[in-house]
Design a protein around this ligand. Structure first.
Ligand code: NAP
Length: 376
């Protein structure tokens, strides 16, 4: 059968960090995609091609074969209304990852109004399967074990972004309660680069912090203090606590597998790190990679707002990390583990070598200066 006769999946957010990897993984598995892109089609085609070439796919080949079609539009107001051929599912990966409202309508416009527009669109077309990319942090400040379930009552949130994604999940949950509708929700934690190459197009959070450590090293190293610069400073947090970061290729592969296998659909998946690096491991990574020592863990209440010069560089300019230093929920991954076991996918554990691969890639790309940052 020709590719353009197979039902396709309508895909939003293909030009995003996660979307590129999911699109790649679905295309190479022969899945047919109609991708929504913003801006003129010719510009978006060039942009998407340039994004996917470094991760091993030339989209022009798939466009020529009829396996990939790009359509222009945007959430929430301009979804395509014409004939797109048979479409049997939607992957909504587009989102505004702006953390706080600033008068431009986002993150609520894209994430809440956009999700509602997507739901109305599938209803008009009689589509019964939605794959929604959410975030692990729809749990807000909830602590302890976070299950792969909807969170009710409404948690307290750290950012507007988290709240917007939680409201979007509520809209989708309501849609999924109607007979015949199948909703799958993917909840990644903080995405970092490809586990093998370190490749990333997003340099927020994890990378911003590593860059600050490199600045710290530069500012405090001087002739005579050797390869390992001694910089005494307090690190807010406990050595055994963990920050949940997850490589983008793992998350994308899991999403693609679930999209391709109906038996795994209709659930919520925590696409999080089952064994996140401890603060202590991260400290050792920074010390060994950048060549410094002298940091020690301390109670966040004693550090934040009462910083020495060296501490200020890390903690003042990085206020967005501090809530996560004291909030380290444990994400239950039962559903995700079942899929990983069925497909024989081992989680790429973030050991020192993999973390160094991330640093190497980011350092070679100037820590993404000139691109936007994100920690959420
Ligand atoms: N990055 C993370 O650490 C992380 C963690 C947890 C969950 N997530 C979730 O994962 C998904 C992908 O995130 P990401 O990090 O890949 O984000 P990203 O790199 O910022 O990409 C966002 C994508 O959404 C598109 N988009 C944004 N607003 C849109 C609108 N109004 N209409 C249509 N398209 C729009 C963007 O298109 P343009 O290219 O045209 O801007 C881009 O393709 C999101 O749902 C996000 O909430 C991300």
């Amino acid at each position: 059968m020709r590719a353009d006769f197979l039902p396709a999946t309508f895909f939003t957010g293909a030009t995003g960090f996660l979307g590129q990897f999911v699109l790649r993984d679905l295309l190479v598995r022969g899945h047919r995609i109609v991708a929504l892109v913003r801006g003129s089609l010719s510009d978006a085609t060039v942009r998407l091609r340039n994004l996917l070439l470094p991760i091993g796919v030339d989209i022009n080949e798939y466009i020529e074969q009829g396996q990939l079609r790009l359509v222009d539009g945007a959430l929430p107001d301009s979804l395509p209304e014409g004939d797109l051929g048979p479409i049997d599912s939607v992957i909504n990966c587009a989102a505004s990852i702006q953390l706080f409202s600033n008068g431009n309508g986002d993150p609520f416009k894209t994430n809440v109004a956009g999700t509602q527009a997507m739901i109305d669109w599938v209803e008009r077309r009689g589509i019964r399967r939605i794959f929604a990319v959410s975030t692990a942090y729809t749990c807000g400040w909830n602590s302890g074990v976070i299950r792969e379930e909807f969170h009710h009552p409404e948690p307290k949130f750290q950012t507007d972004y988290e709240r917007s994604k939680w409201i979007a999940e509520c809209l989708l949950q309501e849609w999924s309660a109607r007979s015949g509708n199948v909703l799958t929700v993917f909840r990644p934690s903080f995405l970092i680069g490809d586990s093998k190459s370190g490749y990333t197009t997003q340099f927020g959070g994890f990378y911003q912090f590593a860059r600050l450590v490199s600045v710290l090293k530069q500012q405090f190293s001087h002739n005579g203090n050797g390869d390992r610069t001694y910089i005494p400073l307090r690190i807010p947090g406990r050595p055994e606590d963990r920050q949940n970061i997850v490589p983008v290729d793992y998350v994308a592969r899991m999403i693609a597998e679930v999209v391709l296998r109906p038996e795994f659909q209709g659930r919520i998946y925590h696409l999080t790190n089952p064994e996140p690096p401890t603060n202590d491991l991260m400290k050792r990574c920074y010390e060994d990679y950048f060549g410094l020592h002298g940091g020690y863990f301390a109670d966040p209440d004693e550090v934040v707002g009462k910083c020495s010069k060296a501490e200020s560089l890390l903690w003042d300019r990085y206020e967005l990390i501090t809530p996560r230093v004291v909030h380290t929920p444990h994400f239950d991954v039962r559903n995700a583990r079942e899929v990983a076991a069925a497909i024989g996918l081992e989680f790429p554990v973030l050991d020192k070598q993999r973390i160094f691969t991330m640093f190497d890639y980011a350092a070679a790309h100037r820590w993404g200066r000139g691109t936007d940052g994100f920690h959420g």
